[in-house]
Design a protein around this ligand. Structure first.
Ligand code: SAM
Length: 228
C-alpha cells in the first residue's frame, strides 16, 4: 500500500499547531513544504511523520518534527537571514530553515542562505543527496568539518542553530553571532539531562540566555564539544 505523504505531513503540522508548538506562518508553511520522507533512510519512510527522532545511521538521528518546529520558532527566522547550522545530519532541518529564510516562491535577490556543518563524512554525502533531490542546494552550503568552532569564513551569522548537545556554549559560536542575533543550542551532560537554551546578543553585544526546558540530543563532538 502506498502512503499519502502529503496528507500525513498536513496531519502532523496540524497536530503541532494544536499542541501550541507551531505558531508562526513562515514555520508552518516551511514544514508543509519540505518532504521529511525524502530525508530518512528508505526503510523508515513509513515513519516519516511519526513525531519521533529516527535513525540515519552512524549513531545519529534526524530530530523529531516537534523539535524542528520548536527550534525554528525560537530562532525567530526571517527572509534574508544568513544562518549557520551545526549538525547537518539528514539535511532536513537545514531545508526547513532554508524554506523560511529563502522561500521557494520569493525572488532570489531576497534570499538568505544556510551554511550547515557536519563532522561525519558519510552524512555529508547523505544530506547532499537529499538536498539535491529536493532542490535546496541553491540555498544551502554543506561544509564537512567541526562545527563546534563555527564557520569563521562566513561569520557573522544572523542565526545559529546547533542540533547536537554541547558540554557548554562554544565561545566561537557566540563570537560569530551578529549583534541582534539569536542562537538555539542544547547544553548538558552526555547521556542524561540537557537543556535547550536560546542565546540572544543585543545590539551592544551583550549576551543573555534563557532555558526552554529539558531535551535529549546526540552529543556535539569536536574541539568545543565532547571528545568521545
Ligand atoms: N539537523 C539534523 C537533521 O535535520 O537531520 C539532525 C542532526 S543530529 C541530531 C546531530 C548531528 O550533529 C549528527 O549528524 C552529528 O554527526 C553532528 N555533529 C556532532 N558534532 C558535530 C560537530 N562538531 N560538527 C558538525 N557536526 C556535528
Amino acid at each position: 500500500m502506498s502512503l499519502d505523504f502529503e496528507e500525513l505531513r498536513r496531519r502532523r503540522v496540524k497536530a503541532l499547531i494544536m499542541e501550541g508548538i507551531l505558531r508562526s506562518e513562515s514555520v508552518i508553511r516551511a514544514m508543509l513544504r519540505v518532504p521529511r520522507e525524502e530525508f530518512v533512510p528508505p526503510h523508515l519512510k513509513k515513519y516519516a511523520y511519526v513525531d519521533s527522532p529516527l535513525s540515519i545511521g552512524y549513531g545519529q538521528t534526524i530530530s523529531a518534527p516537534h523539535m524542528v518546529a520548536m527550534m525554528c520558532e525560537y530562532l525567530e527566522l526571517d527572509v534574508g537571514h544568513k544562518v549557520l547550522e551545526v549538525g547537518t545530519g539528514s539535511g532536513y532541518h537545514a531545508a526547513v530553515v532554508a524554506e523560511i529564510v529563502a522561500p521557494s516562491d520569493a525572488p532570489k535577490e531576497k534570499w538568505g542562505h544556510v551554511y550547515t556543518m557536519e563532522i561525519v563524512p558519510e552524512l555529508v554525502r547523505f544530506a547532499t543527496d537529499n538536498l539535491r533531490r529536493t532542490g535546496y542546494l541553491d540555498r544551502i552550503t554543506i561544509i564537512h568539518g567541526d562545527g563546534s568552532k563555527g564557520y569563521a569564513e562566513k561569520a557573522p551569522f544572523d542565526r545559529i542553530l546547533v542540533t547536537a548537545a554541547a558540554p557548554d556554549i562554544p565561545k566561537p559560536l557566540v563570537d560569530q553571532l551578529k549583534p541582534g542575533g539569536v542562537m538555539v543550542i542544547p547544553v548538558g551532560s552526555l547521556h542524561f539531562f540537557q537543556e535547550l537554551f536560546v542565546v540572544k546578543k543585543d545590539e551592544k553585544g551583550r549576551v543573555s540566555l534563557s532555558s526552554k526546558g529539558g531535551v535529549a540530543f546526540v552529543p556535539l563532538v569536536g574541539e568545543y564539544g565532547y571528545s568521545l
